[in-house]
Design a protein around this ligand. Structure first.
Ligand SMILES: [Zn+2]
Length: 379
């Protein structure tokens, strides 16, 4: 356990005189490592209070630059910081609040490829992000690592906070919302209007929960969603339950690796167009042409045992969200199932995940055995 210097004992004296904290509690804070996702509206008060409270290591993930429209709520950054990377102005501001804190900068996006590696060096996450992609990702990697995810969100005049920690008995974000909304239903990932002081309140609630978790005192927000209405000046509380069927923390998880949900915000192909169909005769012609492609079978393993098309890769539809990264985006992908319905859904999913060259095999393996290869059993 890290000892406290004379300066630290003076700095934290109002903490140390709390019997629930004492020197031992302050040393726990000094030893703690907290990862703040986002140095924006929520991350600002959270990081400022955590630094002031003496949390020893604070990591900041943000790839954004300070803009004028940030300043009405993001108090980590000042007018002189306009145009600077948010990580850098955050580091300077936190250093002036408390030079004892080690601030580690991650000037990048929190993505499926780096999320687990970044989280490895921290004890818990403060989720201050404003988009579905990072929210689901931070939830999933926190569950995988068995680390609490202290959640906050804001919209206009309303805010919410809770602590997701299945390893401590509470639910995770996916217990409440198993999948992100389909791309077409997400109105916009750009920020909506928000009362500037609102993230100050919610981010401070998050910092409070972090400190309690580190110290092991009080009753945490695990299993409770706290809702704050700034216009009515009312807090309300909702009980949250763990879902035994949750795809990430449930009894039979189907998601075991980070998924990239970036496409919900940008770079998605034209999803309004129908999925292209490829007739089985054309598929047969492509096979004999020798031009490479991926033949993807999204049926269940027992169906694969009964009947299969030579050269197909089996990834059942239900496993696709967790396994689609096994597929090469650059290749053409022809998806089939029994009759073409599940494969159409799979093709739609792959296109939403950024796969541009996907087609559905019309009629599925049933059409294949009827029109092309009678040796493939029909079922
Ligand atoms: Zn869950």
């Amino acid at each position: 356990m890290a000892g406290l210097s004379e300066e630290e004992r003076r700095r934290y004296s109002r903490h140390i005189m709390l019997p629930e904290l004492g020197v031992a509690g302050q040393e726990k804070l000094k030893a703690a490592r907290v990862l703040c996702l986002g140095a924006g509206g929520l991350g600002s008060p959270a990081a400022l209070y955590l630094a002031a409270a003496g949390v020893g290591t604070i990591g900041i993930v943000d790839d954004d630059h300070v803009a004028l429209s940030n300043l009405h709520r993001q108090l980590l950054h000042g007018t002189n910081d306009l145009g600077r990377p948010k990580t850098e102005s955050a580091r300077d501001r936190l250093a002036s609040v408390n030079p004892n804190v080690l601030v580690r900068l991650h000037a990048c996006r929190f993505e499926s490829g780096n999320a687990q590696e970044i989280l490895r060096d921290y004890d818990l996450i403060v989720d201050g992000t404003d988009n579905f992609a990072t929210r689901y990702l931070s939830n999933d990697v926190a569950v995988f690592a068995g680390k609490p995810n202290v959640y906050g969100s804001i919209f206009r005049f309303d805010g919410q906070a809770t602590v997701f920690a299945p390893h401590l008995g509470g639910p995770c974000y996916r217990c409440l919302f198993p999948e992100p909304p389909p791309p077409g239903e997400v109105p916009s990932c750009a920020e909506a209007g928000v009362l500037g002081v609102l993230p100050g309140i919610v981010g401070t609630l998050q910092a409070t929960e972090v400190i309690k978790l580190i110290l092991g005192i009080g009753e945490s927000l695990i299993g409770r969603l706290l809702h704050f209405d700034a216009l009515k000046m009312k807090f309300r509380e909702f009980n949250l339950r763990r879902d035994p069927e949750c795809p990430v923390c449930g009894q039979h998880p189907t998601i075991r690796a980070p998924i990239d949900y970036e496409m919900f915000c940008q770079g998605a192909p034209d999803l309004t167009a129908a999925v292209p169909q490829i007739p089985v005769r054309e598929l047969q012609a492509r096979m004999s042409s020798g031009r490479p492609f991926i033949l993807l079978d999204v049926r269940e393993p027992f169906e694969f045992e009964m009947a299969r098309i030579e050269g197909a890769n089996l990834i059942p539809l239900g496993e696709l969200p967790a396994r689609y990264r096994e597929l090469d985006r650059a290749r053409e992908i022809f998806v089939f199932c029994h009759s073409g319905v599940r494969s159409e859904r799979a093709a739609e999913f792959l296109r939403s995940a950024g796969f541009a060259k996907v087609a559905n095999v019309a009629g599925g393996i049933d059409a294949w055995s009827e029109e092309i290869d009678p040796n493939v059993p029909r079922y």
